[in-house]
Design a protein around this ligand. Structure first.
Ligand SMILES: N[C@@H](CCC(=O)N[C@@H](CS)C(=O)NCC(=O)O)C(=O)O
Length: 220
């Protein structure tokens, strides 16, 4: 059994969607980051960095394996199942490039937009900086998707990682109608049954004022 330490968010959706794509059984262990449970000693023993997602594979051959960081968990699950990462060559390199682009670029920039839009009113210059960087990253995504149906040719963990953040494009003040290739890609992935299931995991753990954003992507 896989234990997924979870609170509904773009970074945790990556893992719930991947688990659904792979058809792996898993158990959701709620970590309420709005109540500070990410700082509980019990959780820090799983992820010393105190953030979700984290995962424990209790039945891994050779003994239990603990992972944190969404990108590392995606790669682990891809390797475990042989799904959604090309085995080698140019497509493999592209998948890793776009996965790391997401975890080091799109996620941190867009995450700061979430912060400065909701929690730190008055930080207008910070908000403007991260909105501009997010807009630039959306243009990069659109340009790649003009060349390729998915980020690394075939649907992969790189698409899952990026899609979970693009879900929040209204929050990032981006209109997908300005990005025709990104819009096409977004709609294709949105319709995948595993993506629909994975995105709904643990919705009830979030306070009700976040449900509309999580369910529809719309900002109040
Ligand atoms: N780089 C990490 C980021 C994880 C992250 O920021 N998780 C957020 C939820 S989306 C969190 O746990 N926030 C609580 C906190 O920062 O205290 C990953 O990709 O897994």
């Amino acid at each position: 059994m896989l234990d997924l330490y979870y609170f509904p968010s773009p970074n945790t959706w990556k893992v719930s969607i991947m688990l659904e794509e792979c058809g792996l059984p898993y158990r959701v262990i709620p970590v309420d980051i709005m109540k500070g449970q990410q700082a509980d000693p019990g959780f820090l023993a799983v992820n010393p960095n105190g953030k979700v997602p984290a995962m424990v594979d209790a039945d891994a051959p050779g003994g239990p394996i603990t992972l944190f960081e969404s990108g590392a968990i995606l790669l682990y699950l891809a390797e475990k199942t042989g799904r959604l990462v090309p085995p080698s060559g140019a497509a493999w390199a592209l998948t890793l490039s776009w996965l790391f682009w997401q975890v080091s670029g799109l996620g941190p920039a867009a995450g700061q937009v979430h912060h400065f839009r909701s929690a730190a009113a008055g930080s207008e210059s910070a908000l403007a900086r991260f909105l501009a960087e997010s807009a630039r990253l959306y243009r990069v995504l659109d340009a790649q998707l003009a060349r390729s149906e998915f980020l690394a040719r075939e649907y992969s963990i790189a698409d899952i990682a990026c899609w979970c953040w693009v879900w929040f494009h209204n929050m990032h003040r981006q209109s997908l109608s300005e990005f025709p290739h990104l819009d096409r890609w977004f709609a294709t992935i949105r319709a995948r049954p595993a993506v629909i299931r994975g995105r709904k995991v643990g919705l009830e753990l979030a306070p009700s004022e976040f449900h509309r954003l999580l369910e529809t992507g719309e900002v109040q």
